[in-house]
Design a protein around this ligand. Sequence first.
Ligand code: HEC
Ligand code: HEC
Ligand code: HEC
Length: 131
Amino acid sequence: MNILHLLKAFLITGVMLMATAVSAEVPLPEIQTGEGNCVEPTDIMRKDHMNFIYHQRDETMYQGIRTSKYSLKQCVSCHAIKDDQGEYVRANDPKYFCTSCHEYVAVKIDCFECHADTPRSTDKHELRVNE
Ligand code: HEC
Ligand code: HEC
Ligand code: HEC
């Protein structure tokens, strides 16, 4: 390898390191999804999921209509993921399905203060609805 080749190699490595540094600063959300199909096509879910669940909540709370199509429990059970230890990932974990995306867009939701964040909540001391 002559000196030019060596310089070129250094340059390329440098650029690659910079690219890694940049992507480490601005992490793209790592979205993990459940199995089967979502309740609506993915592109619609991406922008309208909050409307579906708010609508579902209002129907349940104010009109007593109880369908499961957009129920939060269904979202949670389908989108639940497990960590390397086989434990369900909780809502405060950046890897949690909803959180992975919300952290990226700086959205905060309080839903899981009351609603179970896993198919079977592991914390029995907290108030969890819909278990
Ligand atoms: C039967 C399982 C199932 C249920 C129930 C379900 N989902 Fe999904 N959801 C999926 C799958 C699978 C995908 C990925 C589809 C794909 O990649 O094309 C998805 C995709 C999504 C996406 C888009 C993710 C992305 O990659 O951009 C959002 C947002 C979402 N779901 C939210 C919800 C919400 C909110 C609920 C409850 C109202 C819900 N899902 C219920 C299985 C489900
Ligand atoms: C202070 C506690 C609390 C908070 C916070 C809360 N909920 Fe609820 N939610 C409830 C209770 C209680 C019910 C009624 C449970 C039932 O009748 O099944 C309910 C019912 C619902 C329902 C209808 C039942 C179902 O699962 O389909 C939806 C949907 C819902 N909530 C969504 C949300 C969403 C989305 C958020 C966050 C933006 C949220 N909730 C925050 C307490 C709460
Ligand atoms: C593909 C990315 C993505 C995923 C996955 C995702 N969300 Fe969202 N969510 C968003 C975005 C973006 C917004 C803000 C939309 C806006 O401000 O118009 C949002 C907003 C919301 C809101 C309204 C918050 C508010 O301040 O009014 C609720 C409720 C919500 N999401 C619930 C959920 C739940 C529950 C899940 C998991 C089952 C989930 N989202 C998964 C991207 C996502």
